[in-house]
Design a binder for this molecule. Sequence first.
Ligand code: ADP
Ligand code: MG
Length: 304
Amino acid sequence: MIEVKELTKIYKSRKSGNCTALDHISFTLPDKGFVFVIGKSGSGKTTLLSLLGGLDTITSGEIIENGRHIDKFGLKEQVYYRNSTIGFIFQDFHLIDELTISENIALALELRGETDKDKIKKALIDTDLAEYENRYPKELSGGQKQRVAIARALVKRPSIILADEPTGNLDSKTTAQILDLLKELSKEKLVVIVSHNLSDAEHYADEIIELSDGKILQHLKRNEDFDARLRVENDTLVIPYGEKLTDENLNTVNSELSNIDIKSVKQDSDRFLPYENTRECESKTESEPLEKKHLKFKHTTNFR
Ligand code: ADP
Ligand code: MG
């Protein structure tokens, strides 16, 4: 579990003045699951990830990972934490062009004084890259390169994977493959991903944290009781939020329309619920929260 309390990050600069990238945010993350961090450019997503991963220093507040105070780490502990607990994945892969795929992965282990061919093999197999181990990054597609980056993160057996827009440079089919892989990993680990894509978040996320101007606009949790069936409840025809109107659904609608007992139609909208522990933002921001934007988005795609 990661507890974040009143986390603040101010970038100090003599030239351009101070910039408050994160402003007293508090939330808790579970040991495993797929958490999407969304928000406009400049809202603090990358800053949040780098603080969670011990890549940068905190201005004030606390980050406690399974009882360990990340905010109080010295340099040595911080490096150890990065090398043992965290796996990073970046939009532009960060692979070393002069090294083969398996050498790129091996480097992650060498940085902490290990060589273990079996671990490297396993990471290659887990990411479906076994046949590419002797190739160089430039001989791979974008999706394959991102899988190498995931293998390099996995080989350290981290308990937390932090991915900053890992599909930003990929086409939609490859994006789905990478997100499927990360979703699979999130059954055993905590995977925190920064994304711009609301429908990916809707499809894959267990939790969504929306940032705006360094504050949490909302923190949502997938509703486990969500009923995806189009159904009749008493005198109401319930259309589940975000579901496609299939031929089967249309048949139900049409047959129920001839049923005089139907008095109303409603769209069920509880796919995500507010996360109970989230504190309210201190000041109201002008941004619209996800749900409203999202409903608009869904209406246009659903009934085409
Ligand atoms: P996002 O990833 O959501 O686009 P960032 O976390 O990168 O947002 O940035 C949040 C804010 O902090 C922005 O206003 C950005 O300009 C500022 N910022 C980010 N990194 C630095 C830095 N190293 N120095 C100064 N300001 C920074
Ligand atoms: Mg960013």
